[in-house]
Design a binder for this molecule. Structure first.
Ligand code: GUN
Ligand code: FE
Length: 428
């Protein structure tokens, strides 16, 4: 089964940096992406490729539109779709007032399945083809989102939350049950099709040392699963961590002490890090998920992309719904642009797309499978339509370069500009 997709083609082959270096970006104004058995079989200009296609190759024509790799969301809570846009709190009050009450509803497995189905549909509508996802403390919350992703053969990593302290009784597991339920979920889902498991302690404030120790044991027993948690999001949080773990030299040291800082560890936020923590992240191969809509919405702070990249830390974008305000990575990119602008750091469009595609794939250690159009990678891609809305149509009629077009789409775009989402070459 061979299909050729014709349109403008864009992907990153490296981090374009603060100046959108040309050698990190590949662009064909009139290009063709060839897909065979769900994998990228080739790409190039239409002039090079069209004449060489065998007669049985199906051609899908997206002329006037832009074909780019599917977006990758490095941090999102599917149960919190229920509380996006809840007014007026910073992190710790927001958790108690909005997040925890909504997560209690997921004690009902049927409700979890309903929200998981909506969540996966919305990801695909927004052009997100891979995500790293928090469930709730309930093991069936992870089953629900894995089932929803499996039904689409979508690449998705998720985990049940580990949480045994500083939270409502109804949302507590224990060191022992958290370990055992996570282990069963790993056995059931990790490596099944395109699914992966993430050991998911909510954050160090809601886990006892016994639970963090159990999470670390699990991480040692399953070295190729992910670890997914929060780090240094909010000043009050950081201060409470130092009181709760007086022996620690930093917030990240708490996770490190229990063996949770390694390759495939993804830490959401990373706003208030000491230099020691940056060195530990870089040296261990851990990654940061930058969640700009959440950081501004909860008044948490500004992510210093330049500092983390200069420290050689892997960084991908996350939406962090429901602290974040949208599942759209286009919207997330434009908020990242504003966050960097406030700090006098340029975030040009190629680099913004890198953070939502190849950079995110590197953060998740999936860049051998997804993130760009290298031959052999899974053909997860989206078709961006500059004319998806009347305003974007009007604005992009006046763009004269690729950078200008991409940037206008980042600033104006939403799910109406995602004309189609493809998973392994098949329209989702
Ligand atoms: N830190 C611990 N839990 C959460 C959560 O649900 N959302 C965000 N944004 N931060 C957290
Ligand atoms: Fe979060």
């Amino acid at each position: 089964m061979r299909t050729a997709f014709r349109g403008s083609l864009f992907h990153c082959v490296a981090d374009p940096g603060e100046q959108d270096r040309d050698d990190a970006i590949v662009y064909f104004d009139d290009g063709v992406l060839v897909v065979e058995d769900g994998l990228v079989a080739g790409l190039g200009t239409a002039d090079e490729i069209m004449g060489s296609l065998s007669g049985d190759t199906r051609v899908e024509d997206f002329s006037g539109k832009l074909i780019v790799p599917g977006f990758i969301d490095c941090h999102v809570h599917y149960p919190q779709l229920d509380v996006i846009g809840s007014f007026g709190e910073e992190l710790l009050d927001w958790l108690h007032r909005y997040a925890f009450p909504c997560e209690m509803r997921f004690a009902d497995a049927a409700y979890a399945r309903e929200v998981a189905g909506l969540f996966v549909d919305e990801l695909l509508k927004n052009g997100t083809t891979t995500a790293l996802v928090f469930g709730t403390v309930h093991a069936h919350s992870a089953d629900a989102v894995f089932e929803a992703a499996a039904a689409k053969d979508m690449r998705l990593i998720a985990g049940k939350v580990l949480m045994d302290s500083n939270c409502p009784e109804a949302l507590r597991d224990s060191a022992a049950t958290g370990y055992e339920h996570s282990r069963q979920l790993i056995e059931r889902w990790h490596g099944k099709g395109r699914l992966g498991y993430a050991i998911t302690p909510r954050f160090a404030l809601t886990s006892s040392e016994a639970q963090l120790e159990a999470a670390g044991r699990l991480a040692a027993e399953y070295p190729d699963v992910w670890v997914h948690t929060h780090l240094a999001e909010n000043h009050d949080e950081v201060e409470q961590i130092s009181r709760m773990f007086p022996w620690s030299s930093s917030y990240l040291d708490v996770y490190d002490r229990f063996g949770l800082v390694r390759e495939r560890s993804v830490f959401a936020h990373c706003l208030h890090l000491e230099d020691e923590e940056c060195r530990l992240m870089a040296g261990s191969g851990a990654a940061a998920a930058h969640c700009p809509t959440s950081n501004m919405y909860l008044g948490s702070g500004l992510f210093d992309l330049r500092r983390l990249r200069e420290a050689r830390i892997r960084v991908g974008l996350g939406t962090d719904v429901g602290g974040g305000t949208s599942l759209s990575l286009l919207k997330t990119m434009r908020e990242a642009y504003k966050v960097m602008h406030l700090q006098r750091q340029p975030l040009p469009p190629g680099r913004a797309l890198y953070l939502a595609t190849l950079g995110a794939a590197e953060a998740l250690y999936l860049d051998d499978r997804i993130g760009n159009f290298d031959v052999g990678k899974e053909a997860d891609f989206i078709v961006l339509d500059p004319r998806g809305t009347s305003i974007s149509a009007h604005r992009t009629a006046h763009t004269s370069s690729l950078g200008e077009l991409l940037f206008a789409l980042i600033v104006l775009g939403d799910d109406r500009n995602i004309a189609a989402t493809y998973l392994q070459g098949v329209r989702a």
